[in-house]
Design a protein around this ligand. Structure first.
Ligand code: CA
Length: 496
């Protein structure tokens, strides 16, 4: 009898002890004391639809296939950025690549962002393909238009595009009028003309929804005086905007101290809010898709501002450091940081293959990049950008800066987006009150939070994983307490 009892007890313990769903985080990150409660922990995933069309799938850190948007939300990402090109296709409908990002891909991503309560930044390039400091070419359809005619087109295009995104029900939090418009925008290069285009886009945003923030995006913050002069220019030409944005890639863009200084200038001189609209960092120098990477053993891998190792911890450290640099901006004007294309992985892993297998996989990848636009440029882009994309088209140059393996599994470094908020933390799912048990007090704790906006540990309270604490979470805990089965691992212990 006694032996039988022990067997029972053992069985009970095996079956009912809280299961640890995953090992302690491999990444250690000190949390940031954010000046803004809703600090933007953003991710650009513009190429997602073309990657999925090419067969790419995403898996969470436990290996379960999930919607990328859900994986991001449950790792602490709270904002999604997508670029919009006017018409990145040739007359036969072949895509230029780089995700073939137009308003249709933005809408598809918006539908999924809404589901996980992720806000969106829409990044208009006002071009048919990549716009950056070296390229600000007008869309094909606008080639022969005057600046004043382009102003009307920018208004129409911006308003119609944003309306399509807004119709999904997603919250558009911010809109960029142009991308890295340091030298021009939409084929307009004089200051007066640029200001007209900025104000055209801005007025379309204001007309649609006065709550949406308007951002103007520059780059090369390492040219300190030049980028400050751009803030002066926007002021001198009465450009109507809210957020002064810059890119910050540490292998090109100077020190973090200089970054904070540049952002402080816009924040204190012109009382603008500021963001880093793009950053990223390599977690390895290896390539996984046979297209050379921006950061590799041959390029951009040394320099005084590369303060972090090319490891998962190093990648996470860079994200924290850039967020910290933005959070330091005076008068709480630092709104947040977007990581650029953190899911742009290989469409076919070329590592650990024989020479013959490598050649065949490389060919398959090239076909996918051409067919679905999942590389940075396809050969079809040569009609629009003959000197660069038309010559050097190919795959992903940032697969080693993603937060996913070549086969789509989330890496531990992705947890940095939660870690900057919570630090390394263990919790029981459902233990909203954070006292080590899931009980009826957690239900009332969530109800109190909903009624009075009291502080709550969102990781523990968001039992259904929709990236929000709602009455559904309280109900799910009540069901769990009544021993009614739910699909959520309430009572399970987790670590970040
Ligand atoms: Ca590559």
């Amino acid at each position: 009898m006694k032996r039988l009892f022990i067997v029972f007890i053992s069985l009970f313990l095996v079956l009912y002890c809280p299961i640890s769903f995953e090992a302690k985080s491999e990444i250690v990150i000190e949390k940031i004391d954010f000046n803004n409660k809703d600090f933007i922990k953003g991710m650009d995933i513009s190429s997602l639809i073309s990657l999925e069309n090419s067969g790419v799938k995403y898996y969470n850190q436990d290996g379960a296939e999930e919607d990328l948007l859900r994986i991001l939300a449950l790792n602490g990402v709270n904002y999604i950025r997508v670029r919009v090109w006017n018409n990145p296709f040739d007359k036969d409908g072949n895509g230029y690549g780089g995700g073939n990002c137009d308003i249709n891909t933005a809408v598809k991503i918006a539908e999924r962002a809404k589901k996980y309560n992720l806000k969106m930044l829409i990044d208009f390039h006002y071009s048919d393909f990549w716009a950056d400091p070296a390229k600000q070419k007008a869309p094909k359809a606008w080639y022969n238009l005057s600046t004043d005619e382009k102003v009307e087109k920018v208004k129409e295009f911006t308003e119609a595009s944003l309306r399509a995104v807004k119709d999904t029900g997603v919250q558009i939090g911010m809109v960029q009028i142009g991308n890295e418009t340091t030298s021009g925008i939409a084929g307009v290069y004089d200051k007066s003309g640029m200001a007209k285009i900025f104000n055209a886009g801005s007025s379309a945003v204001r007309k649609l929804d006065s709550e949406i923030k308007v951002a103007i995006h520059f780059t090369n913050p390492e040219k300190t005086e030049a980028i400050k002069a751009l803030a002066d220019f926007l002021n001198d030409y009465n450009v109507d905007y809210d957020v002064f944005a810059t890119s910050y890639y540490p292998y090109w863009h100077g020190s973090l101290e200089n970054l904070t200084d540049v952002l402080n200038y816009a924040a204190t001189t012109y009382s603008k809010e500021v963001i880093v609209a793009e950053t990223s960092y390599a977690n390895t120098l290896k390539d996984t898709d046979s297209h050379p990477n921006t950061v590799s053993q041959y390029a951009n891998n040394t320099g005084e501002n590369l303060l972090w190792n090319f490891t998962l911890q190093g990648q996470a450290n860079e994200v924290r450091a850039v967020m910290n640099a933005v959070n330091k901006v005076e008068n709480k004007k630092g709104l947040g940081v977007f990581y650029w294309e953190g899911a742009w992985i290989s469409v076919g892993d070329i590592t650990n293959l024989s020479a013959q297998e490598y050649a065949s996989r490389q060919n398959e990848n090239k076909k996918l990049w051409e067919q679905f636009g999942s590389g940075w440029a396809s050969s079809y882009s040569s009609e629009y950008d003959p000197d660069d994309a038309g010559k050097y088209f190919g795959g992903s140059a940032v697969d080693n800066q993603a937060f996913f393996t070549a086969n789509g599994k989330a890496l531990s470094s992705l947890k940095v987006f939660d870690l900057v908020t919570y630090g390394n933390m263990d919790y029981l799912l459902g233990d909203a009150e954070n006292d080590g048990t899931v009980d009826i007090l957690d239900v009332s704790f969530i109800q109190r939070h909903l009624a009075y906006k009291t502080d709550i540990n969102k990781k523990a309270a968001d039992t259904d994983g929709d990236n929000a604490v709602t009455i559904k979470d309280a109900t799910a805990i009540q069901k769990y307490l009544a021993k009614i089965k739910t699909e959520y691992p309430i009572g399970g212990s987790f670590s970040i």
